[in-house]
Write a protein that binds this ligand. Structure first.
Ligand SMILES: Cc1cc2nc3c(=O)[nH]c(=O)nc-3n(C[C@H](O)[C@H](O)[C@H](O)COP(=O)(O)OP(=O)(O)OC[C@H]3O[C@@H](n4cnc5c(N)ncnc54)[C@H](O)[C@@H]3O)c2cc1C
Length: 591
């Protein structure tokens, strides 16, 4: 390879379409070297076998397309990015880079990695440029804009996206010059996970071509797109195929950028234009906007992934019990719905959004009183679509600790009946598929097998407490105890000295009335003295002046667009309280 090549560094953005870095590299007219660095940072302690396999499949797909359609290829290099890049800049590898382009990545590790790469390149006289493509918005520009307020509702993220101007149409695939180099092939999964195999029934093969196929199949069903309302989709998959998502199943492809979010946005737009269609937050555009909201929050909120010093998190004194956590993550809680979902996660790397609601609520404020960060870590490792901003944002939401959370006292029943907002199928096929111990349990006992008479348990070949665990906690009493603990946690915030993140505020106004209205100057932390801080912005977002408080007089939205008809209340839990809500025509009773 001659010297003076232009590198395209793939990290996420594992696609040829709508790839600004690739387009720019091709326009340079020098040889173009597409490469990926297998970074030891993402080792098996952080990444489950299914996601790693998805990544390798996506790389193989990219490589195959480059070879077949462009006589080019993808080089897979190995090592710490700073060391690999240094060698590439020095020309020690099969080529010497003088220019390097990539798609921006806003995750904290990626920011550190890329800042180092930029510094190194500058030092070594290599030209670099990075491009927005993983999100609709230019995140840094968005949060740096005058008057920016962290979005904590669908309305606020919609305003931010609209203010940023029209969403750019996706870029076509450029004509990529040929590249002839040996070695550096895409490795096989067995090399990294010797004693673990990826899911044998792989419903989510990695890669751009599968992503495009999936998006096309979704959009071919115009009715599905136009009528899409997230709260009406089923937590237990498609009928007869419990492993099949009832939603688009695009999340792993969006996570790795196998599909461009701009492409997804515009294709959905083509479907709904000129037709009557659902609206955000429930619609598909609404789902993409939630993704965007969490990316913006992940960019502007300090310590977004932590309980402490995180302005979006009330510090609740969660417990820490390894046995409870292990039972939850292994799908051994004795609650078949929860266990089936957690085993689905481990086996396939995916779980429906309402399923994620149920297990997250169960682990935290609902039943087990464990920290959301512990659950977040399990999701982070096992999900195919594990995404730093989206995962943290949703866990904060479900734990009831964020200003955008649903009321903490609305707890899901882990044994969902036909009217539950979890939309769980009632024949038992979902549980039987993922919890084979219960495969012969009659449908009427499927979500509460411990209530089956012993004779029925024997007939089903499953004695509760022997062949399948008895419930790890009693839901009703745990729920009541936890709500009281949560309330006490909030009261403690009221009574004592408020954490610094609350500024001058003397009282915590409650889980769903996080107004920050009375505060004076912002916190003393990072960003103080550099214009309006996140805290200032939060205060003004909730300030009573000239408008309603952020959380007042609007229906509560569950993440994913749950519209609820009850008004948001801030009262302490009353014993045996039941919350009624209606969801379309579906009358829902949450325990
Ligand atoms: C506790 C918890 C943790 C979660 N962790 C993740 C995660 O790590 N990565 C992830 O992509 N999603 C996460 N979600 C959000 C959501 O569950 C998934 O995005 C969704 O289930 C993926 O399925 P889908 O592609 O069929 O979604 P669809 O309903 O078809 O939505 C299309 C796309 O919109 C985006 N989206 C949908 N719902 C949300 C949401 N609530 N927040 C942000 N973006 C959304 C996703 O990119 C999704 O692919 C989490 C939800 C919860 C409750």
């Amino acid at each position: 390879m001659a010297s003076g090549a232009t590198g395209v560094w793939f990290r996420k953005g594992l696609r040829l379409h709508d790839n600004a870095a690739l387009v720019k590299a091709v326009a340079e007219g020098t040889p173009v070297v597409p490469f990926f660095i297998l970074d030891p940072w993402f080792d098996r302690s952080k990444v489950g076998v299914n996601r790693y396999n998805f990544l390798l499949q996506s790389l193989a797909d990219l490589d195959d397309q480059l070879r077949k359609e462009h006589k080019s290829r993808l080089l897979v290099l190995r090592g710490k990015p700073d060391e690999v890049l240094r060698e590439l800049f020095e020309g020690k590898g099969p080529f010497k880079l003088t220019k390097l382009f990539w798609e921006k990545d806003s995750e904290p590790y990626a920011r550190r990695r890329d800042a180092f790469a930029e510094g190194l390149a500058k030092e070594m006289n290599v030209y670099t440029e990075s491009f927005v493509g993983h999100t609709l918005l230019d995140l840094d520009a968005t949060v740096g804009r005058n008057g920016f307020k962290p979005p904590i509702s669908m309305k606020s993220i919609q305003t931010i996206v609209q203010t940023a101007g029209p969403i750019m149409p996706p870029l076509p695939v450029p004509k990529i010059p040929p590249l002839d180099t040996d070695g550096f092939d895409v490795p096989k999964i067995e090399e990294f996970y010797k004693d673990e195999a990826p899911s044998s029934t792989n419903n989510f093969p990695g890669g751009e071509r599968e992503a495009l196929r999936r998006l096309a199949a979704t959009c071919a069903d115009v009715d599905f797109v136009c009528k899409f309302e997230k709260p009406k989709t089923s937590s237990t998959g498609a009928q007869g195929k419990p492993w099949e998502p009832s939603t688009t199943g695009l999340s792993p492809y969006l996570k790795f950028g196998c599909i461009s979010v701009r492409m997804a946005w515009h294709e959905i737009d083509k479907c709904i234009r000129g037709r009557s269609h659902s609206q955000p937050p429930q619609s598909l555009h609404g789902q993409i906007l939630f993704r965007e909201m969490f990316y913006v929050l992940g960019t502007c909120v300090p310590n977004f992934d932590k309980q402490d010093n995180n302005p979006m998190c009330k510090p609740i004194p969660w417990g820490s019990d390894e046995k409870l956590l292990a039972a939850w993550q292994d799908g051994m809680t004795g609650y078949p719905f929860i266990d089936a979902l957690m085993r689905q996660l481990r086996q396939t790397g995916w779980m429906h959004h309402l399923g994620r609601h149920a297990v997250a609520c169960f682990l935290t404020r609902g039943d087990l009183w464990q920290s959301w960060t512990a659950g977040r870590d399990v999701f982070d490792k096992l999900l195919l679509d594990s995404d730093w901003a989206v995962n943290n944002g949703n866990w904060l939401w479900l734990a009831g600790v964020a200003p955008f959370s649903a009321p903490y006292f609305r707890v899901y029943d882990p044994c969902p009946g036909p009217k539950s907002s979890l939309n769980a199928e009632q024949t038992g096929e979902f549980v039987r598929h993922f919890v084979p111990e219960l495969k012969a349990m009659p449908a009427k006992y499927i979500y509460k097998p411990w209530t089956a008479p012993l004779a029925d348990q024997k007939k089903a070949g499953c004695i509760v407490g022997k062949d399948y665990p008895a419930p790890i906690v009693d839901h009703a009493s745990s729920r009541d105890a936890n709500l009281n603990r949560f309330k006490a946690g909030l009261d403690a915030l009221k009574g004592g000295v408020m954490p610094e993140k609350f500024g001058d505020i003397k009282d915590d106004p409650g889980a769903m009335k996080t107004t920050f209205a009375k505060g004076g100057k912002g916190g003393k932390g990072k960003g103080a003295g550099k214009g309006p801080s996140v805290l200032d912005a939060l205060k003004s977002a909730g300030s009573g002046k000239g408008g309603k408080r952020a959380n007042e007089s609007r229906p509560a939205e569950g993440s994913g667009g749950e519209a609820t008809s009850h008004t948001v209340e801030d009262s302490p839990p009353k014993p045996k309280r039941r919350w009624q809500r209606s969801l379309g025509d579906d009358k829902v009773k949450e325990s």
